[in-house]
Design a binder for this molecule. Structure first.
Ligand SMILES: [Zn+2]
Length: 568
């Protein structure tokens, strides 16, 4: 028994010999699963409890262990988690689910620590791929390399002569193509500049170096063949298994980029999700956000098919204001410190944003928009304001994805206008290493302003932007609570006044995220009648030093009453 089940997870078959399961008791009062532990419910009426009882797909009761022990009967499974925590299933507000499913099977350059290391990793990968086949994936980060030099195709051409390569930076806002890929995409010295994007060129010769930023990447993406349905289905299952192994029981999945390709990709993801839903093979609950520029089609889907159910929700549309800090395309009022020739760019023209957001809102869709820089956030808050004023009161729950850099005066607007800041704490650990050199000491004070946003009444929602960052919510909680940076240089936290507590971070991953997708009446907390999405942890996050949170792990994940993951 103990060999197949760890000590904390055991299926108790209580017989009459224990004396408490009288045969005459109606089985309808018995729970299918009872979990004991230090239960954090997320329910402000009763934040802590000793046990959770589950019947079928829903929570039957939450309360004292003595009271809930009465629900244990023949065939009730019991998980005894001792003093470790039991929490509502984590929701990740912002992932790219299907593309992450593909990504985890592709070349990984995330750990590449130098240009030579990047080349070596590609060389090792290329032998696994048939000649002619595209090599994608990547997640490289030139900020990790000495000198932070952008990569060039000349570094990789010699090791990838027979395969087109298109590998992205980890923020997804720039990609490196080899010469074969540029050729297939028709990008050369003579290619004109692309609105909302950049073809990085050798300043002397004008030849493209291979790095393409934002919209300039479309030309390559267009020539990469689309995956088959079967490939999409297995990528989706891979992503869902990955999610539940980290306690993630629900996600919001976002369209990747503006433009036609991202629209096609969104619908491909939607179709794969529908197939999984029809087969009842979904492991995590999904709310899907299709590209904002396709809002009319999404409005039709919404009208014809409704908002979906608790497994798959037709949630809304996702747009983009700007690019990213790492690519110096995040939009600011002032120029970058280390690139004074630019203050970022609009990835979507402001008038299109205004028109599409207005259209989507009048169709009753929820609108969420990627916005990183101070000016991007300022402009988007203005657009949200004017759309809300023009269309009148409605429970619209506008969201800003990332809301990374905010002017002080814009912070209270989130709480006041009920705009949800949907943020990624792990990004702070990452950007904290180099953001100051890019935007200076003043602007970083209101960067990832978790504390200030909460204090001003905003409903903070957390996510990972997977695969931009690790999907692990425990790492996200660690990041929000400690604000330590990946380089270990800020042991007391980077901008420590913006730290938040474990419980505030938990709320951002559970109740607030349920609210962020209009699902707060059925999920996000442990309460009778709510869906039985529960995570069993190996620690009490509120009882250990904050630095230890990153080493906590998920023992078991329950979705809709089913144990979909248990730690080996
Ligand atoms: Zn994203």
């Amino acid at each position: 028994m103990l060999r197949t089940h760890p000590a904390w997870l055991y299926a108790l078959v209580l017989s009459g010999s224990l004396g408490c399961a009288a045969a005459s008791d109606s089985t309808s009062q018995r729970a299918d699963l009872v979990i004991y532990g230090r239960v954090w419910t997320g329910d402000s009426a009763r934040p802590w409890a000793q046990a959770v009882a589950i019947s079928g797909e829903t929570i039957a009761a939450v309360g004292d262990s003595a009271a809930l022990a009465k629900l244990v009967g023949t065939g009730t499974r019991v998980i005894a988690n001792g003093k470790a925590m039991v929490v509502p299933g984590f929701t990740d507000a912002h992932v790219h689910l299907l593309s992450s499913g593909f990504q985890i099977a592709r070349v990984s350059l995330r750990e590449a620590s130098s240009p030579a290391d990047l080349t070596r990793r590609l060389k090792e990968h290329v032998v696994k791929v048939a000649p002619g086949e595209w090599i994608t994936g990547g997640d490289w980060d030139h900020e990790r390399w000495p000198g932070a030099k952008l990569p060039e195709r000349s570094w990789i051409d010699s090791v990838t002569p027979n395969n087109p390569v298109f590998v992205n930076r980890l923020d997804g806002h720039m990609s490196l193509a080899n010469s074969a890929a540029l050729r297939l995409a028709g990008i050369s010295k003579d290619s004109p500049e692309v609105p909302g994007g950049t073809i990085v060129r050798n300043p002397r010769t004008g030849e493209p170096t291979g790095v393409l930023k934002d919209n300039a990447r479309d030309a390559v993406n267009r020539v990469i063949p689309a995956p088959s349905d079967a490939q999409s289905d297995s990528a989706l299952m891979r992503a869902m298994r990955w999610a539940v192994a980290r306690g993630v029981t629900a996600v919001g999945t976002m369209s990747n980029d503006p433009g036609k390709l991202a629209v096609a990709e969104s619908w491909r993801e939607f179709a794969a999700l529908k197939r999984a839903h029809d087969k009842r093979s979904m492991l995590t609950r999904v709310s899907i956000y299709v590209s904002l520029d396709a809002w009319r089609d999404m409005a039709d889907t919404f009208r014809l098919q409704g908002a979906g159910d608790n497994w798959l929700r037709t949630a809304g549309v996702k747009g983009f204001v700007d690019g990213s800090l790492g690519s110096t395309t995040a939009l600011f009022y002032e120029p970058y410190k280390d690139a004074p020739e630019t203050s970022g760019l609009f990835v979507t023209p402001e008038d299109s944003l205004r028109a599409w957001i207005g259209g989507a809102d009048s169709a009753g869709l929820q609108v969420v928009v990627h916005s990183i820089g101070e000016r991007a956030n300022g402009v988007l808050l203005d657009i949200y304001d004017s759309v809300a004023k023009a269309h009148g009161p409605r429970d619209r729950r506008f969201r800003i994805e990332h809301a990374q850099h905010l002017r002080r005066r814009d912070i209270p607007r989130f709480g006041k206008n009920n705009v949800i800041p949907s943020m990624q704490p792990y990004h702070a650990m990452d950007d904290g290493r180099w953001a100051e050199k890019r935007i200076g000491p003043e602007r970083i004070k209101t960067t990832y302003a978790f504390r200030s946003l909460l204090d001003s009444g905003a409903r903070l929602a957390f996510g990972s932007d997977w695969t931009v960052a690790s999907l692990d919510p425990l790492l996200g909680i660690y990041a929000a609570v400690t604000r330590r940076t990946l380089d270990g240089k800020n042991p007391n936290g980077w901008i420590p006044e913006q730290k938040i507590t474990v419980e505030e971070a938990l709320r951002a991953y559970t109740t607030n995220n349920a609210y962020g997708v209009f699902a707060e009446k059925s999920r996000g907390k442990l309460a009778a009648g709510y869906v039985a999405d529960v995570v069993v942890l190996d620690q009490d996050l509120t009882a250990i030093p904050a630095e230890a949170i990153q080493r906590a792990t998920v023992r078991a994940t329950i979705v809709g009453g089913k144990i979909v993951y248990s730690q080996p």
